[in-house]
Design a protein around this ligand. Structure first.
Ligand code: AMP
Ligand code: MG
Length: 319
């Protein structure tokens, strides 16, 4: 029987009972549990096989809930929250004593977001506790943007995926931290840098690719298909190096018109937003075709293109 269901009451019952439920957000599906339940939080880490040193994002229903979980809100954080919540921006702020160390990997900061999905906002409003919810995929693999992706990963491990359809933004939230009250981007994501800078001016980026990072989204290899994946400026040149192989192509907007390969075009009209929303689903699809290689096209280095390139780069990093 499928674990995918629209029954929000069932989700409330399971979460109250310290169980996990996969929840829809506008970025990707999250694997959610009560932040105050040690049992639930430990099972998030064990289900995902996520190392304990990687902190989790706390999801709250509104800006007002922030005051209960953080002790200091810089002016620029207030401007950002008012401009973008509910939405695809996570802020890392000084945590209050209420937040368990397990959530923050012992740090004195907590990552928090108000997600923009009607079902999940309703769920958060009805629950008396916030939800910790990292992406609902095994650590390091492609994030889920459809309920079916989560079901494929975790049908034997969790009882329910709350069905909220396909994620409209399709890549993870942009994470912003503060050092001396000045904003710093820790992870590029579904909210474009330019949109953030329009509200608070120039921000620094520390989106480093490290093996032992502050944030798992910063690992050099992450969001990765099992199939060997390459990121190139010109797909037609790269194809010549793989003659006779089963090739999958992921391009932004133009078709190669070549029947000998499997091609997915992310947005025929050239919309970066549409491309981001389809990115992971397309990688899931290509990864299940038993191909020898997936060749992805690099995006223009602006707006969401920057965030898409970041994810593609991490998907292509080979061990
Ligand atoms: P995921 O939920 O899988 O998208 O990953 C959550 C992201 O939030 C990870 O990259 C975390 O490391 C990051 N994060 C959560 N808490 C903190 C924190 N206190 N400081 C820095 N990054 C954080
Ligand atoms: Mg993740």
């Amino acid at each position: 029987m499928s674990i995918i269901s629209k029954d929000i009451q069932k989700a409330i019952t399971l979460l109250t009972d310290e169980k996990l439920v996969a929840i829809p957000t506008e970025t990707v599906y999250g694997l959610a549990g009560n932040i105050f339940s040690e049992k639930a939080i430990k099972s998030i880490f064990s289900t995902k096989k996520r190392p304990f040193f990687n902190p989790l994002i706390v999801h709250v229903p509104s800006i007002t809930s922030l005051e209960e979980i953080v002790i200091h809100i810089p002016e620029k954080a207030k401007l950002l929250a008012n401009a973008f919540w509910p939405g695809s921006m996570t802020m890392v702020l000084k945590k209050s004593d209420k937040i368990p160390d397990l959530i923050t990997a012992g740090k004195d900061t907590v990552a928090v977001r108000v997600p923009n999905h009607p079902l999940t906002l309703e769920l958060l409003k009805q629950l008396p506790f916030p939800l910790a919810a990292p992406s609902a995929n095994p650590f390091g693999s492609i994030s889920p943007t459809k309920p079916e992706h989560v079901e494929r990963y975790f049908k034997n491990d969790i009882e329910m995926v709350l069905d909220g359809g396909s994620c409209t933004n399709g890549i993870e939230s942009t994470i912003i931290g503060f050092e001396n009250d000045e904003p710093i981007i820790y992870r590029l994501g579904a909210l474009a840098l330019e949109d953030i800078e329009a509200v608070i001016g120039k921000v620094l980026i520390k989106n480093k690719k490290e093996q032992s990072p502050d944030a798992p989204g910063m690992l050099a290899r992450h969001y990765a298909p099992a199939t060997k994946t390459l990121l190139v400026d010109d797909i037609s040149i790269e194809i010549k190096h793989h003659l006779g192989k089963k090739i999958g192509v992921l391009s932004f907007s133009n078709s190669l018109n070549d029947n000998s390969l499997t091609e997915i075009i992310l947005s025929e009209k050239g919309s970066m937003h549409e491309a981001a929303s389809k990115l992971y689903d397309s990688l899931h699809e290509l990864d299940h075709l038993d191909l020898d290689v997936i060749i992805a096209e690099r995006f223009p280095d602006n707006g969401l293109g920057k965030s898409i390139n970041d994810r593609l780069q991490r998907a292509t990093f080979s061990l």
